[in-house]
Design a protein around this ligand. Structure first.
Ligand code: GTP
Ligand code: MG
Length: 359
């Protein structure tokens, strides 16, 4: 495995020693981009050297969505998956009880939500500590992460988040608003309707470091340098996460933590689990709709799980290509219908409790 450590140190030193101002911004941008690429390559090297997500780690995604439990050893991840699903993951009062990925299935609101229990994550995971690199590669495939620690280690949340960030995983952030249309020639053309904090020169330098020499680049948000580097890095993952503090049965004071950030539970007694399930459902943006067949009255006979933002055309495609091929419109009932049986185009978005007949 190639070792980029020396190159990384050299660039970090140069960045430290270069004063940051308008005149040096493009140079620092170039260095930061180079650094970011080296770190990505170093991390990829670790993954390859350890066989990536393979070797018994890759577990097929199943169900309507996949949630991965991330936390330090002994946080109670296995206790939680055992409570929520049919899984029987070993629980014990010592670190690294779980040594592989244990999947379980949770049925909630007619949806099948796959939950994955994984080994504990510790600082230095991305360099291969513990089972870190495997855990991180499983995390990347999640639709939602539960970042979980316990009352005695509430401060570990930040360590975990930092470890994920260092491994290219962005938590509770949107995908960067950028469009890059590569061209065979003509250089770089940077456009934006939004005032940018970085100069065009800096943006171009960063693009070039990522091997983009000819392209139209449209920026749809005001990019910080950090965020722009992310936008050019192909290996970033943007994941939603819920922060969970377990074992509140041991320490009630933890209930004073800000409720909009943390959910406090006891995997052992079941306290807070209903609230957690509600949050999981909301954050996965799952929706339940009902299909109404041609010869049926509108009702709740055929529930289907789908996701916020999908159109009726996409829902029809999911039912089947043959089914979708001759459908032009839909009739809808339920909260979103202006009147029962309203005809709508297939570009209409799904909404909760929608009853729909494709015609
Ligand atoms: N008091 C209390 N103890 C708990 C709770 N949840 C888990 N535990 C205990 O904490 C210890 C560790 O639980 P596990 O579920 O094995 O933790 P884990 O996160 O899967 O640990 P690793 O597999 O080592 O990463 C066990 O002794 C559990 O009984 C809880 O809500 N309250
Ligand atoms: Mg475990």
């Amino acid at each position: 495995m190639a070792d980029f450590t020396q190159q990384i140190e050299d660039i970090e030193k140069e960045i430290r020693e270069t004063p940051y101002h308008k005149g040096t911004e493009h140079h620092i941008g170039k260095l930061r981009a180079r650094l970011s690429r080296l770190k990505d390559r170093q991390f990829e090297g670790v993954i390859r050297a350890h066989g990536g997500g393979g070797g018994g780690y890759a577990v097929r995604k199943e169900g309507d969505a996949t949630v991965v439990l991330i936390g330090p050893p002994s946080a109670g991840k296995s206790t939680l998956i055992n409570r929520l699903t049919n899984a029987e993951s070993k629980v014990a009062p010592y670190a690294f009880t779980t040594v592989s990925v244990i999947p379980g299935m949770l049925k909630f609101n007619d949806a099948y939500i796959q939950i994955m229990d994984v080994p504990g994550l510790i600082e230095g995971a991305r360099h291969g500590k513990g089972r870190g690199k495997e855990v991180l590669s499983v995390a990347r495939g999640a639709d939602l992460l539960l970042i979980m620690t316990d009352v005695e280690r509430a401060d570990q949340t930040q360590t975990l988040q930092k470890e994920l960030e260092e491994a290219g995983i962005r938590i509770n952030k949107t995908q960067p608003g950028i469009r890059i249309d590569k061209k065979p020639e003509g250089g770089l053309n940077v456009q934006s309707n939004i005032t940018q904090q970085l100069s065009k020169e800096t943006i171009k330098e960063i693009a070039k470091e990522y091997g983009i020499k000819n392209a139209d680049i449209v920026l749809k948000e005001n990019f910080s340098m950090e965020r722009l580097l992310d936008a050019f890095s192909p290996s970033r993952a943007y994941l939603d996460a819920i922060f969970v503090i377990n074992k509140i049965d041991q320490d009630k004071k933890i209930n004073r933590l800000p409720k909009d950030i943390f959910i406090a539970i006891s995997a052992e007694t079941g306290e807070g689990i209903d609230e957690l399930l509600t949050q999981i459902w909301q954050r996965l943006r799952l929706l339940k709709i009902y299909l109404v067949k041609a010869d049926e009255e509108p009702g709740t006979a055929n529930p289907m799980i789908t996701k916020e933002g999908k159109t009726l055309a996409q829902v029809a495609e999911e039912i089947g290509e043959d089914f979708a091929s001759d459908k032009k419109l839909a009739k809808i009932w339920g909260p979103a219908a202006h009147f029962p049986g309203q005809e709508v185009p297939l570009t209409t978005k799904v909404s909760p409790e929608l009853q729909v007949r494709f015609i």
